[in-house]
Design a protein around this ligand. Structure first.
Ligand SMILES: NC(=O)c1ccc[n+]([C@@H]2O[C@H](COP(=O)([O-])OP(=O)(O)OC[C@H]3O[C@@H](n4cnc5c(N)ncnc54)[C@H](O)[C@@H]3O)[C@@H](O)[C@H]2O)c1
Length: 256
């Protein structure tokens, strides 16, 4: 599919990778609707993108953990862009903790809370699934084809210490990329996933320096990724009409 005139939703578009994807899409002539819980971030992206608008950029508050929000956002985005043929499931959160941890000094045992589990599954998995459901339903109702869905997984999908919740969500998203590619083939809709390694965004900026240095030393290309590295893979998924049902790890060769 061509980027020009694509009508695509990007969730979590107020900062980090979602913001970068939205700006690259608009500068290539796409029509883009970004949704995020961070409303001041959305306003800032609209302002920052004004000078570079080959396509159009629309923004509205969206909480992907709310089914009602998703339904009204999809209807609004369809009307605002005059159609809909793409979705990037990018919104995501972390609530890292070991499933069971014993404090070295006190011996106290701490566990991952159900709230930490539910929050990450609610946004990263249920949110992406309901977004996909409602966007695809809209494309089918309006006979819009071809279409493309891009899921942001993570290399944590292979398993990562301290991330039971995140790993479960991102592995499920990669697996359902296959499921959905099979289910939606009849509608002319492809589904692909991109699994980043460590990327420089607000999500990773809070990481402590020691953990960061250790991680960077394990990355064969010798650096942390930047949103543009991941954009190149997202762009490939959108543009290559023969790419379907697969997840691409973009991690500088880092293995977990
Ligand atoms: N940064 C990394 O190293 C990395 C690595 C692998 C995968 N990822 C994934 O890539 C995606 C983008 O990550 P990022 O690093 O740009 O993160 P980020 O934290 O910088 O941005 C995520 C955006 O999602 C929004 N968001 C959070 N909860 C939301 C909700 N309920 N509804 C709508 N929006 C919500 C946030 O407000 C934020 O603007 C995420 O899915 C993340 O899990 C990131």
């Amino acid at each position: 599919m061509n980027l020009e005139n694509l009508k695509i939703i990007v969730t979590g578009g107020a900062q980090g990778m979602g913001r970068h994807f939205a700006q690259q899409l608009v500068s290539a002539g796409a029509h883009v609707a970004i949704g995020d819980v961070n409303e001041s971030g959305l306003a800032e992206v609209i302002e920052a993108t004004k000078a570079n608008q080959k396509g159009t950029l629309h923004a509205r508050r969206l909480d992907v953990s709310s089914e009602a929000d998703i339904a009204s956002f999809v209807a609004w985005a369809h009307a605002a862009m005059g159609g809909l043929n793409g979705l990037i499931n990018n919104a995501g959160i972390l609530r890292d903790a070991l499933l069971v941890k014993k404090d070295r000094e006190t011996g106290a045992v701490k566990t991952l809370s159900k709230d930490q589990w539910d929050a990450v599954i609610g946004v990263n998995l249920t949110g992406a699934t309901l977004m996909t459901r409602d966007v695809v339903a809209k494309m089918v109702e309006t006979n819009q084809r071809p279409g493309v869905i891009v899921n942001l997984s993570s290399i944590a999908r292979h398993g990562n210490r301290g991330q039971s919740n995140y790993t479960a969500a991102k592995a499920a998203l990669a697996a359902n990329t296959v499921t959905w590619s099979k289910e939606f083939a009849t509608f002319g809709i492809r589904v692909g996933a991109v699994a980043p390694g460590m990327v420089e965004t607000p999500m990773t900026q809070g990481m402590n320096q020691k953990a960061r240095d250790a991680l960077v030393s394990a990355i064969p290309v010798g650096r942390v990724g930047v949103p543009e590295d991941i954009w190149l893979a997202v762009k490939f998924v959108i543009e290559c009409d023969y790419f379907n049902g697969r997840c691409i790890d973009v991690d500088g060769g880092l293995s977990m």
